[in-house]
Design a protein around this ligand. Structure first.
Ligand code: HEM
Length: 476
């Protein structure tokens, strides 16, 4: 009684698993039209209740600790990959402290040091990559963006010493770790399958690399000027007085790189694909830099990024249509009445938030399917129709003030207790990469047309289907 409507299905156990898994956004849109903003479907035998729109996002993402729980859902997947005692393998209060350490490390001073590091990595990559030899060519872009993302993130967040190891052993080990991060592992995480054995071996090997590096950095302090996350964690202390143990620092390093890698790499690939679809925007971006920074295009600085509003809007608009996280799940810990409805969600259900639904809803975003970075300018005909996002309520869950996001239709970084702490870093990283690529190349679709490739939903983070080729042409 008083449960939300159930999506019609024929198969027991599997229910709507296949149709959801093939294209979650379409599944959400269709069932919302049929059943309303709150409905339940069967996902691998589990009653899964979706609540969409700003109210649905608020209901789930700002749920109370006694009502909703993230770690119960995620731990089977994340703990073997990250390691013990961090993120979802510890009580939520400890995660809040860990997030606080991470957030505090990301100071303006640190950001100032990251922009030249990221710029340098992108330039070096373009110089040495065989894919960018000559005056023009065709490149399968997701593979390249994955490499650029891991080199830039590891250098900025984990320091020079770790970055060097990505040229050798670490890249392959992270690839093995990645194989633990697939949806089938929600069921098969425990199984002695070849990919799980590789995952376990990679986890202990990578953790040891970090722990050895921590020891070396403690012993010889000639890197004290570096402002990376690892350095910061090495001197962080929990409220109870315990310094963060080395194995936890190592495991947080893995968690950060995995969280940042998949989301930023997918987003940067979509950015390049959208730019290739819209070569005129690439030229606008180039002119924006010339006007704001000078025709000689001096080395990029952190302060420059704020002078490039279109460059910023590229990230914002790409995340509106291509947010890498399409489903956010929580276990239900006590029966939850849904405000404004007669429904009560029982503890046997899982909750699923899908902020991408409101981000592509015409009630908030005119012509939602059109990728239009100019819509983020005040007088654009496609400007978002906001409903009081400006006076958004802020709340502190233990890691600094975050927006509750209760009214916002646009939440690519989530909201509430589990909200992303990497948003500013991701923006800085993606803006710097985009600005450097635009300086180096003109981009277009291989056939000169304006189509866009489809989305691969088969892994946990959605990304472009591959191969995803685009054409590049060197400037000058
Ligand atoms: C959490 C998105 C980049 C670290 C989240 C969540 C979302 C998200 C939606 C909430 C998950 C949930 O509620 O279950 C993104 C996107 C990114 C990005 C779209 C890039 C475009 C990063 C980066 C880092 C990072 C670069 C690290 C430097 C984290 C962490 C959490 C998080 C630590 C907290 C998890 C929790 O509290 O449960 N992110 N993220 N993210 N993200 Fe990100």
């Amino acid at each position: 009684p008083n449960e939300p409507p159930m999506v019609f299905h024929l198969l027991p156990f599997f229910g709507s698993t296949i149709i959801y898994g093939m294209d979650p956004p379409t599944f959400f849109r269709k069932n919302r039209a049929k059943y309303g903003d709150v409905f339940t479907f069967i996902l691998l035998g589990k009653k899964t209740t979706v609540a969409v729109g700003p109210a649905g996002n608020d209901f789930i993402l700002n749920g109370k600790l006694k009502d909703v729980n993230a770690e119960e859902i995620y731990t089977v997947l994340t703990t073997p990959v990250f390691g013990r005692d961090v993120v979802y393998d510890c009580p939520n209060a400890k995660l809040m402290e860990q997030k606080k350490f991470m957030k505090i490390a990301l100071t303006t001073e640190a950001f100032r040091s990251y922009v030249p590091i990221i710029s340098g990595e992108v330039r070096d990559y373009i110089k040495r990559s065989p894919a960018f030899k000559g005056q023009s060519g065709i490149v399968d872009i997701p593979k390249k963006m994955a490499e650029i993302t891991i080199f830039t993130a590891s250098h900025a967040l984990q320091g020079q010493a770790i970055r060097k190891k990505f040229d050798e052993s670490l890249a392959a080990l992270y690839h093995d770790l990645d194989m633990g991060f697939t949806p089938v592992n929600f069921i098969l995480h425990w199984a002695p399958l070849p990919w799980n054995q590789k995952r376990d071996h990679a986890q202990s090997t990578v953790a040891k690399v970090y722990m050895d590096t921590i020891k070396e950095r403690r012993a010889n302090r000639d890197d004290d000027h570096e402002l990376d996350m690892m350095k910061h964690l090495m001197s962080s202390t929990y409220k109870n007085g315990t310094p963060v143990p080395d194995h936890e620092i190592a495991h947080m390093m893995i968690a950060l790189l995995m969280a940042g890698q998949h989301s930023s790499s997918s987003t940067s690939s979509w950015i390049m694909l959208r730019l290739a679809q819209n070569p005129q925007i690439v030229e606008e971006l180039y002119q924006e830099q010339v006007k704001a920074l000078g025709a000689d295009l001096p080395p990029l600085q952190y302060e420059d990024l704020a002078k490039l509003p279109l460059n910023q809007a590229i990230i914002k608009e790409t995340l509106r249509l291509h947010a890498p996280i399409h489903s956010i799940m929580r276990a239900v810990k006590s029966p939850m009445p849904v405000p404004g409805t007669k429904y009560v969600i029982p503890t046997s259900h899982t909750l699923l938030a899908a902020p991408g639904v409101s981000a592509s809803d015409p009630n908030f975003f005119p012509n939602p399917e059109v990728w239009d970075p100019h819509r983020w300018e005040a007088n654009s005909p496609n400007a978002p129709i906001m409903h009081g996002e400006e006076d958004e309520e802020k709340i502190d869950y233990g890691y600094g003030l975050v927006s509750k996001g209760g009214k916002s239709p646009y939440l690519p970084f989530g909201a509430g207790r589990h909200r992303c702490i990497g948003e500013q870093f991701a923006n800085l990283q993606l803006q710097t990469i985009t600005a450097e690529i635009v300086r180096a190349f003109k981009l277009s679709n291989v056939d000169g047309g304006n189509t866009i490739i489809g989305t691969d939903y088969a892994s946990l983070f959605s990304r472009p289907l591959e191969p995803a080729n685009i054409r590049w042409e060197r400037r000058n």
